[in-house]
Design a binder for this molecule. Sequence first.
Ligand SMILES: [Zn+2]
Length: 402
Amino acid sequence: MGDFNLTVILDAIRRSEAGLSRVELAQLVGLSPQTISNISRRLLDQKLIVEAGKEGTGPGKPRTILRLNPKGMYAMGVHLDPALITVVLLDLVGSVVEKNTFVTPQSHDPQEIVDAIAECVEKLLAHSGVDRSLVAGLGVAAPGPIDLERGAVVGPPLLHGWVDVPLQDMVHRATGLPTTVDKDVTGAAVAEIWAGGPGGSGSFIFFYLGTGLGCGLVLNGEVYRGASGNAGEIGHIIVDPDGPVCSDGCGMRGTIGTVLEPQVIVSQAVVAGILPVLPDNPTARDFQGAFARLSELAGEGDETAISIMRGAARSLAWGVSVVGNLVDVDRMVFGGPFWHPVAGFVLDVLPDLVNARLATQGIHRVRLDGTRLGEDVGAVGAACLVLERALAPRAERLLLEG
Ligand SMILES: [Zn+2]
C-alpha cells in the first residue's frame, strides 16, 4: 500500500454502493484511463477488489464493474470499555465477521486486562478460520485522554490504576499483531465513515455517550484528531451554572460531562424514589443497568422518569448545539454504550431542541441520527482505524510521496 492514487481509486470504489466501471472511475477521480487500468490490475492482483459482472446494453462493449472484495483484507478491533470489552473481526467492507464480549476484569493491573484481550483475540481468530496473514492489524479504542504518539492511555475515568499505560506496545507484544490505539470517540467517527453507510462522507459530528461525553469530528470526509489526538473533549461545556460540582475536581459546576454522567442521572432517580438504591461501590455495569431501567420507566410513561430524562435531553441539546455552531455540519450521529437504551426517547425530542439553538436554523436543518452500527460501534470503530490507516487516501500519504 502507500500509493496515493491507489488509495484514491480504492476509496472511490468503496464509497459507491453498486461498484464502478473503469470509465466511471476515470471520470470520478480525474486520472487517465491508462492509470486506472494499471492500478485496478494491481488491486485485482492483491485481491482487494473483484470484477463483479458486466453492465450495459446497447452499442459498445459492456462495462465490467469493480467492487471491493470483502475477503481481501480483515481488521480486528477491541473496544476497551470500563464495563465490557468487545472484540470484533471486520472484513474489508466493514461487516462484522466474528464478535465476542467479556466483562472487563475489575483489576488494577492493566497487564491482566491486556492478557484477557489477547486470549479473546486468539480464540476469535481461530474460530473465524480467517488466515492470520490477511489481518491488517488490531485497533484498540480506549477512553481518552490518550497519548496518540505513544499509543498510551493517560488515566481514563473508571479504569482505576490506569495511569499512563503504554497500551499499544502491551497489546502488540501480547498478540503479535500490528496495533494502533486511538480514542473511542475517534474510532466511532471512523466507523461511521467506513461502515456506517452512505451518510459516512461529508462533515458530521459523532456524539459518543460512554463513561463520559465526547465527540468525534469528521470534516470533509476525514476524521479530525487535533494536535495530540484529543480533539472532541467536550465534557467541560457548561450547561447548568447551578448544577452539580464537576466530578473531576476542577471546581466548575454543571459541566455537560457531569450533568449527563449516568451515575448523576441515576442518583436523581434514586432520590426521587423510582429506582432502588445502588449497591456499595457500584461498577460501571451497575450504572448501565440502572440507566437502562430508568429509560424503560420513561418509556412506560412514568412522569418522574420522563422529567429526569427530559432534563438530561435539554442539557445534551445545549452542549450539542455549542459544538454544532462551532463546526456547522449537516448531520450529527449518536452512539456509544449509554446511547442504545435512550435512543428512542432522545431522538423524539433532541432534533427540535438542537435545531432551535443553532445559528444556522434559518438556513439548513441539521439531521440527527442514531448510529446504524449499534452497540458495537466502539469495537467496529477500533477495527476501522486499521482499515483507515492502511487504505484511506490521506493528505499525509500524498506529502510522503511528493
Ligand atoms: Zn471538571
